[in-house]
Design a protein around this ligand. Structure first.
Ligand code: C2E
Ligand code: MG
Ligand code: MG
Ligand code: MG
Length: 282
């Protein structure tokens, strides 16, 4: 952990580097490099449109490449980054990387000109007063359309400080980015608030999907969340799909988007690009 703190302390000074113009060839070697780029990687896991079976976008998932420990899970280092305040610059770096990468793929793969990049936001980022300006700058610098960016906020983060969060989300919405509630079903949503949050999607937590094959109760909860999403005019996403049975059941229940190891694990950018090039259909 000491080592991580050391690593994080450098990231405080990060500013987005200059990057080549988009039309100068959008290869991986043109992606911006930085101090953070040496130690962290953004991985990409496909989001599959369950109606068409096609890739509709990716979720950006952060990885820390530790020289001794190998890839360290975000579950381990995000809390430390939050504690040290480094989450602000680290989070801005992930946003920049992910938006830049998605813009490059939109150019490279015309089928994916409308594809979405989903990026997780820490509640600390949400509380940061310059988040909106930073987002605006990142969208301008990378050239990504705001509708192509979705910010994922966990249900528990959304339900803390409801009034303040509502104001922040409504303000972010003015940028025309998309918003989604992550890990839905694990927090304590007040249904009376849910329709006041300007979100586009509800993402059903993995714990329900895991158990759905054996548990009628978990299937009923999933069905209820799907109905709730659709009544509110939102899309429903299921995370953690690992088997063809789970996929078939979620399709039958009317789930809109799926994510999970059955389709692909989170991939380094070149592998994600290879997947796009193969045009898979599930
Ligand atoms: P999350 O946003 O709910 O992301 C989904 C997690 O489920 C990812 O774990 C992903 O690898 C994993 N997953 C996806 N499909 C499957 C599956 O079929 N089976 C299983 N067993 N797991 C699956 P990961 O990448 O370890 O990330 C963990 C959490 O760390 C994320 O949960 C998110 O809350 C947080 N996180 C990741 N990247 C960032 C980031 O850039 N910023 C912030 N603030 N948090 C991040
Ligand atoms: Mg997420
Ligand atoms: Mg999630
Ligand atoms: Mg989760």
């Amino acid at each position: 952990e000491l080592d991580l703190r050391e690593s994080m302390s450098h990231s405080q000074v990060y500013l987005p580097p200059q990057h080549p113009a988009h039309d100068e060839g959008l290869t991986d070697s043109n992606l911006p490099h930085s101090e953070l780029g040496d130690r962290f990687r953004v991985y990409y896991q496909p989001l599959v449109d369950l109606h068409s079976g096609r890739i509709a976008g990716f979720e950006a998932l952060l990885r820390w490449q530790h020289p001794q420990r190998g890839m360290v899970s975000p579950a381990e280092f995000i809390p430390v980054a939050e504690e040290t305040g480094a989450i602000i610059s680290l989070g801005a770096w992930v946003l920049y990387e992910a938006c830049y990468q998605m813009r490059a793929w939109q150019h490279q793969f015309p089928d994916h000109a409308q594809s979405i990049i989903s990026v997780n936001l820490s509640p600390y980022q949400l509380q940061s007063p310059d988040l909106k300006q930073r987002l605006q700058d990142i969208l301008t610098e990378t050239g990504l359309a705001p509708e192509s960016l979705k910010l994922e906020i966990t249900e528990s983060a959304v339900m803390e400080e409801v009034q303040t969060t509502l104001e922040v989300l409504h303000d972010l919405k003015r940028l025309q980015v998309k918003l989604g509630i992550d890990d839905f079903g694990t927090g304590y949503s007040s249904l009376s608030y849910l329709n006041r949050f300007p979100v586009n999607t509800l993402k059903i937590d993995r714990s329900f999907v895991w158990r759905m094959e054996d548990s009628a109760q978990d299937r009923a909860i999933i069905q209820t969340i799907l109905d709730l999403a659709h009544i509110l005019g939102l899309d429903a996403i299921a995370e953690g799909i690992e088997t063809p049975e789970q996929l078939a059941q979620l399709r039958d229940l009317g789930c809109d988007i799926g994510q999970g190891y059955w389709f692909a694990k989170p991939l380094p950018a070149p592998a994600a690009a290879q997947l796009l090039a193969r045009r898979p259909r599930w």
